[in-house]
Design a protein around this ligand. Sequence first.
Ligand code: 6R9
Length: 637
Amino acid sequence: MSYPFKIKSLEAYQAASEKAVKDPEGFWSDVAGSFLWRKRWDTVLNWNFKEPNIEWFKGGKLNVTENCLDRHLGTLGNTPAIIWEPNDPEEHHRVLTYRELYNKVVQFANVLKNNGVKKGDRVCIYMGMVPELAIATLACARIGAIHSVIFGGFSAQSIADRLEDAHAEFIVTCDGAYRGNKEIPLKSVIDDALVQCRFVKRVIVLTRTRTPISMLKGRDVWWEDEIKKVETMGNPDCPAEEMDAEDPLFILYTSGSTGKPKGVVHTTGGYMVYATYSFVNVFQYEQGQVHFCTADIGWITGHSYIVYGPLCAGATSVIFEGVPTWPDAGRFWDVVDKYKVNILYTAPTAIRSLMGFGTAPLVGKDLSSLKVLGSVGEPINEEAWHWFDEHVGRKRCPIVDTWWQTETGGIMISNMAGVTPSKPSYATLPLPGVQPVLVDENGREIEGNDVSGNLCIRFPWPGILRTTYGDHERCRQNYFATYENLYFTGDGCYRDEKGNYRITGRVDDVLNVSGHRIGTAEVENAINMHAGVVESAVVGYPHDIKGQGIYAYVIFDNTHEDDNLTKMDIIQTVSRIIGAIAKPDKIQFVSGLPKTRSGKIMRRILRKIAEGETGSLGDTSTLLDPSVVDEIIKGRV
Ligand code: 6R9
């Protein structure tokens, strides 16, 4: 495959950036022109950030799976599309060529159809990292169903909330999943969720762990049986549903600063174009290379850089079922060595945790195939950057520090491997077509360099979210109402003297724990559900490996006797309500919280105390009862 939109030099980068500002429609229509469309679009872009209403390639007809699969069959039919590395290195790995993946996707698309799934229906996918997760995702896209993948670490309650919000009547899951030395009983979690969700019509269950599970008559069916049914039906084909460029492709839930997670909606044409454009350019992908993104497909990184971007580009994408530290801390390096991985895209939290094991796990591993390294999910600290550079890249691989969000669909600010320069802990420069702006609290643009502000984007790009499912007003409020005519990212940012961007972290009440977004309000709501909890306040604090840890201040009624047992109960409650990823790292019982006279919790003070910076609390005179601060400082854990 050739990539006409690939930018290969610094001069070309500058030229593309200029063209994308002067003539965005011309720029993006050139990029989109190299994809497979059944019918070309009528208009490249309609937009306003007020409502918001954003339409890319309106009137264009396509199916994203024809771009990911059908298009490659002639030239890349025998090329591996997916290499699957199982959790247990003793188990046999699997390779699916483009032809094989195509066959499996159309087969499962027929299974979905047989089970009553139609265009526009929402299908929830709750699986471990097996090839069938990608197959199920693509099969939805094939028939125009909207997939909503839920990360395998979320609890029954979280799933129920999402199922209800999306009114998803169909579920694809596994009996269980392997992750390191753990076995996660996925189907049983689904069963718990479905107690509340009687509208779910069908659950399709893939066999993976053979954990004993219950199969409800009339509702639950086995993946393998359903495949046999379509095999005996004869016609193995499944013509792709013709989609409008602006038909929804998927919903992905993500945490915000208030209330329950929101369903970010991405549409077909723009998302596909942007995921592929950013994949090829940032990693400087060359045909034939093996790309290993260590994220889970349950997060946006997996959607864009395990499934859609790489497959549209005809790449070989590694799916890894396990964790970086099992059976030992050399697992990533084994995978790189075994499959001669060329691009390794991972998260700072993984790098930091591996750093803790020293360099011994790297000894004897052949990493010479590596060409490009990538980081995503949270700011990468310089120490981790240098370790990655020295011990993994052996100082010969550019590191791309890629800043983006679930809402942006693809990478927004990043150096382009070997094309634009890197700078440790800086995402550096926007991709051509991305127009960042920094604003102050009043929404005034901060011009010039060596300045800090809130990061916004001034002009739409094809991968921008279109709405939040079922609640467009929430989308407007969250992203487009803070600053007029700007998309607000929620991140703080510094621009250095040369114009390089450095993301400094969230400026809203969203935590980033091991690269996972968690709303403080969500955790508080979960804690408050525990009997005996009167009130709570959750803040983040710097954590060596996770980036941020969760610190919870809890007011408990005076009935509890054992602090430690109560803490464990609270942690268990949070696991039940949200999932293990949201467990507080520290809990401090307090008798009161620092509140203003109008009753607002002063989180700034709580953050400072959690960070251990008790000497610089700032002005506390507006507090209703300043004495609680001293008590909280004394009881710090
Ligand atoms: C892709 C993804 C988005 C939030 C984002 C920001 C943080 C992501 C980053 C980064 C610094 C980077 N973030 N990449 N911060 N440098 N390279 O992670 O999406 O899960 O939606 O999180 O993650 O705070 O706003 P998502």
